[in-house]
Design a protein around this ligand. Structure first.
Ligand SMILES: [Zn+2]
Ligand SMILES: [Zn+2]
Length: 437
């Protein structure tokens, strides 16, 4: 975003699975990187924060503004990102010294606090309801001249973890809105239905003596599924079995317990007034070594395992999957988005057999375990929630710029906003520039 006097970069992510997903850091608008006044990060997911340390490698030396939990989660995910790259003998776009530099340059800003980030730009973050610390960034430009809000990723529904995204601002002319589920057919079941379905599947599999494997991202869905499981097990709605957490989930959950004030009102009350923190329940067990992992794989007792990565593109989830795939007692349970081309998506599409690479060798596995998908746990708003977010916004913006979605979803949502509210709504191409005033 460029104003008369300054230049601000909002989000700087990386798409690990695609060739053309990285940002255009060589575009004339951002070059040279030293000319940028401030960097603002809406939340920690790598598609928003994954390339931030690279900015310091290539000449940026200024501040990063983000919420305190985003600062912590972001560096955790960035460290994991370079670790995974090294493990796969790929070149990482930066090293740990760049991550340290980024942390040192971060200025944490709580929800609702306003600060000057450039000569003519004031920034305020508000809750976005998507993951811990996720924010809608509101920019007040010039002396009452213009106001822009960048949604980042938003969830406009109260979830097990967070309050719904904020859509009330003192002033607003332009909204930049995500559209991950903005397509005409992107309607999802409610959180309540999703939780019921999750408990049903788990009850069925555990009572027949099977194990349940849930592929999850370290941040977001795993903590939400943990809360549903903790509640269901404590109230005896599902059998009592160990719940193993494998991958970065433990560390990410620890960051959630460090910031209870960023959780929804109910959870906050539970933690502060009754002293019960569901994340610290002894039901959850951390998988610390590969020996422990193979014991869990071979054990005959039923259990639940939450393991990364969420789309089964790598990580410990594959170890469990390899040893349980041919047993019809067990179940693989998808709770998160599976992108086109991922292993998760291929299995979800009723593959009977799958070939993976195992230590460099092809390995063909018959798939006999149950494969179940539970929609409705998404951290993103579905189409109705996105339309509602804009419909109930105060003040209603004059213009909406739709981004962060597949091309047809961006234009589906833009035309929906125009038809429903008569708003000027557009879905720009990558690298397109829009003059707001
Ligand atoms: Zn996200
Ligand atoms: Zn995103």
């Amino acid at each position: 975003m460029s104003t008369r006097e300054s230049k601000v970069l909002i989000d700087c992510g990386v798409l690990i699975s695609e060739d053309n997903g990285s940002p255009y850091l060589n575009a004339p608008e951002v070059m040279p990187l030293g000319s940028i006044d401030a960097v603002v990060i809406t939340h920690a997911h790598l598609d928003h924060s994954g390339l931030v340390p690279a900015l310091y490698k290539y000449g940026y030396d200024g501040p990063i503004y983000t919420t305190p939990p985003t600062r912590d989660l972001m560096s955790l995910l960035q460290i994991d990102f370079i670790k995974v790259a090294m493990g796969e003998a790929r070149k990482s776009p930066y090293d740990s010294s760049n991550i340290r530099k980024a942390v040192a340059n971060t200025i944490p800003l709580k929800y609702g606090e306003t600060t000057d980030i450039a000569p003519d730009v004031r920034l305020t973050f508000q809750n976005a309801g998507h993951i811990l610390g996720s924010a809608v960034a509101h920019f007040h430009i010039g002396d009452g001249l213009y106001n822009v809000a960048m949604s980042g990723d938003i969830k406009f529904e109260k979830t097990w973890l967070f309050n719904p995204a904020v859509n009330k601002f003192p002033r607003l002319e332009t909204l930049v809105l995500e559209s991950t589920y903005g397509g005409y057919h992107d309607i999802q079941p409610s959180r309540h239905e999703a939780a019921q379905q999750l408990k049903e599947v788990i009850r069925r599999v555990l009572t027949r003596g099977g194990k349940v494997l849930v592929p999850v991202f370290a941040v977001g869905r795993s903590q939400e599924v943990m809360l549903v499981l903790e509640d269901a097990m404590r109230s005896h709605q599902i059998p009592e079995v160990p719940i193993y957490l494998d991958g970065m989930i433990w560390e990410a959950t620890a960051i959630h317990t460090a910031y209870p004030e960023y959780l929804n009102s109910q959870l906050r009350t539970q933690i502060f007034q009754t002293g019960e923190n569901p994340f610290l329940s002894p039901m959850f067990k951390r998988v610390e070594t590969s020996d422990m992992r193979s014991n869990i794989c071979d054990d005959v007792e039923p259990c639940i395992v939450l393991a990364t990565s969420g789309m089964m593109s790598g990580g410990p989830v594959l170890e469990y999957f390899k040893s349980w795939a041919d047993n019809p007692l067990h179940a693989l349970l998808f709770v998160g988005f599976q992108s086109e081309g991922s292993l998760g998506r291929r299995i979800q599409r009723e593959a009977r057999e799958i070939t993976l690479t195992d230590r460099g060798q092809p390995l063909t596995l018959p798939i006999k375990l149950d494969v179940e998908t539970i929609d409705g746990f998404s951290g993103h708003s579905d189409r109705l929630q996105l339309l509602n977010y804009v419909g109930t916004m105060e003040p209603r913006p004059e213009r909406v710029i739709v981004n962060h979605g597949e091309e047809f979803k961006c234009s589906d949502l833009a035309s929906g906003l125009y038809k429903k509210f008569g708003l000027e709504a557009r879905a720009p191409m990558n690298l397109e520039t829009i003059r707001l005033k």
